[in-house]
Design a protein around this ligand. Structure first.
Ligand code: NAD
Length: 260
């Protein structure tokens, strides 16, 4: 008997095998979950379908989360193919490259709206789409970052989007708790992914992270996958509305300092 025996998970946000969503997919699959995938159309055939095949998954559907029609289409297809849903993973975000460089005060109105729409509102939209399919005990997971709480150079509008996302986790958790559906976020330390490569200065921030984080190591997608397994499974049956740090302890530091 494995932790997710008989459970069904739909995972949004795999771009390639460096994606946090891919780390989560592997961890859930290893504990018995049936996994399906949704990603933007341009990635489906070249990137996502071959990865899905490695987990024996044939459910791979395109969805741009800015389009309500595409969101409905994915959940309609899931209902036709799998019936119900136990785990929804929201591991996606977007801001224009120019908003992740320079000064926050220069964020454009439409750049702000775009970042908030894709990175935060989409959690509500996907949750609403999934709701009729969610079984009691279901778990919804999203990914956030410390830049939601403290200023991190160049994270800019994405920090604001993540703050809104974390607040949305709490409001959704309160809404859905009476239906026995849990909603949580994982706040991951820096990981080298496609999305992270768009943030100015990420490489040097990533490099110095392991010198100062209490556990003295960088975070991997497998680390996040294991925490996601906890939040997706009944091991966390009374945990909702929380942000779980998977950051080697970085967030507890007042003044990060290197060893002498
Ligand atoms: P990634 O580039 O592998 O994944 C980002 C995904 O977002 C991609 O699959 C991309 O296609 C998807 N996406 C962007 N716009 C979309 C849209 N309109 N519709 C549907 N999908 C869209 O990068 P990642 O680092 O694995 O990012 C996953 C999540 O983890 C994001 O929310 C990110 O902010 C968060 N996160 C990342 C780090 C890090 O250091 N990499 C740290 C903490 C949190």
């Amino acid at each position: 008997m494995t932790l997710l025996d008989g459970k069904k998970a739909l995972i949004f946000g795999v771009a390639n095998d460096h994606s946090i969503a891919w780390g989560i997919a592997q961890a859930l699959h290893a504990e018995g979950a049936t996994v399906g995938f949704s990603s933007v159309e341009s990635l489906i055939d070249k990137r996502v379908r071959p990865l899905a095949a490695r987990l024996g998954s044939t459910f791979v559907e395109p969805c741009d989360v800015q389009d309500d029609g595409q969101i409905h289409a994915v959940f309609d297809k899931w209902r036709d193919s799998e019936g119900e849903l136990d785990v929804l993973v929201h591991a996606l975000a977007f801001a224009r490259r120019e908003e992740l460089d320079g000064a926050f005060v220069d964020t454009s109105r439409d750049g702000f709206a775009l970042a908030l729409d894709v990175s935060c509102y989409s959690l509500l939209a996907l949750t609403r789409g999934a709701l009729p399919l969610l079984r009691p005990g279901a778990s919804i997971l999203t990914l956030t970052y410390y830049g939601a709480e403290k200023v991190v150079a160049h994270y800019n509008v994405m920090g604001v989007a993540k703050a809104a996302l974390e607040a949305s986790v709490r409001y959704l958790a309160a809404d859905l708790g009476p239906r026995a559906v849990r909603v949580n976020a994982i706040s991951a330390g820096p990981i080298r992914t496609l999305a992270a490569s768009g943030i100015a200065g990420f490489k040097s921030m990533y490099g110095s992270f392991r010198d100062v984080a209490p556990l003295r190591k960088n975070i991997t997608i497998d680390d996040v996958g294991r925490a996601a397994l906890f939040l997706a499974s009944d091991l966390s049956s009374a945990v909702t509305g929380e942000v779980l740090y998977v950051d080697g302890g970085f967030n507890i530091l007042g003044v990060p300092t290197r060893d002498e």
